[in-house]
Design a protein around this ligand. Sequence first.
Ligand code: TYD
Ligand code: MG
Length: 458
Amino acid sequence: MTAASSRFVCQSCGAEHRKWAGRCEGCGVWNAVIEEAIGATAPGGLKGKRKGRLLAFENLAGASEPPQRLASGIAELDRVFGGGLVPGSALLLGGDPGIGKSTIALQAAANLARAGLRCAYLSGEEAVDQVRLRARRLGLESAPLGLAAATNVRDIVTSLAEERADLVIVDSIQTMYLDSLDSAPGAVGQVRGAGQELIRHAKDSGAVLLLIGHVTKEGQIAGPKVLEHMVDTVLYFEGERGHQFRILRAVKNRFGPTDEIGVFEMTDHGLDEVPNPSSLFLDRRDEDVAGTVVFAGVEGSRPMLMEIQALVSPSALGTPRRAVVGWDSGRLAMVMAVLDTRCGLAMGGHDVHLNVAGGLSIREPAADLAVAAALISSMAARPLPHDGVVFGEVGLAGEVRSVSRTEARLGEAAKLGFGRAVVPARKGKAPAGSGMDIRAIGKLGALADLIYGDDGRR
Ligand code: TYD
Ligand code: MG
């Protein structure tokens, strides 16, 4: 027992427990009690003789150098980092098992090592031979990378102090353990403790630390909030395993923009960059298909076209099916309710399937209008012209609200050969286009009229 050297603290309300409990007695939250080492923060507050050091307060307008960045040479990756890695920062890379986290980490490390940086790759999951095998497959075996299989954080920190690496990759944080804690590797207390030690080392030595973490089924990095708060940048690697596309998304970034994405393709020689994702996600067809709409979206700083497909069919079930892939089901329900109430398009007796092609997931409300168009088009069995794009947010009153970056969206569509667009009307005026046929609409009803055509048959 290590009762004397550790305590159990609820991460939700801060209550201390004598032993571990699944549910905190103080606040009733489940799975929030974790083991903490009793260290410098022993109880007693600030009582005692020693006086604190005086802090020097500074102006906001002081002269601080912008951080020097280490560019990985993989443009899609550097874009997500916000221009490169910042020395002394800690990153967390999360994602489902098998999505390609180890692959991208190895590729980035090899690139940086070839550029002359000292890189250390610590593998807790795979043996050295396995990592070598992967490197050979990726054609990276000549990169001067320090590779070790290790899981004990004490050994790692000691070795890193010797090695003086600029980039440290820990694959994965769930396999690392502190020998001073009783719990097994992967337990929340261990993840937190090991993370803290490794991050402290990175901050002290000025190295970049990349922690790889697995994501649980609920989409959280196991050992959840604790790590996200401690690191500077949180990246998620996502994508459908059956599709070859992978998206790296920054969800928190102290040194760059969030919501920036990098797009990669998994090939048999590793992850390739996809510099022009729009053309990849669109399967260009010449025939018009009902229920298929191209959405002109924006991901991070760049416009991207994505295909939204809807299938609305009479239901044989008492409770019709609502299946959504790649979009928020709550928003689908809202768009359907608005279509029902404001446009008289009732889908209550229909099964509705909605899919974003290519395994992408869309988070923008600007997709509302494209989803509505796909639903109406499928319901009416009337295809939209295949050279058209749609975007706009839908409000509960049935109004079509304008969204940001109209010009960028239209510009991307024009670049890829689209000639028409349905966009929100801003004060009844169409935005200056790029030689496209632009329909600006203010009400969702106008979209239904547009798709159903002049005969108005519903
Ligand atoms: P990996 O990086 O091991 O995933 P993670 O670390 O996130 O668990 O990627 C494993 C998957 O990627 C595996 O299913 C095989 C595939 N893969 C390729 O298709 N091509 C390649 O060149 C490599 C190295 C892996
Ligand atoms: Mg891995």
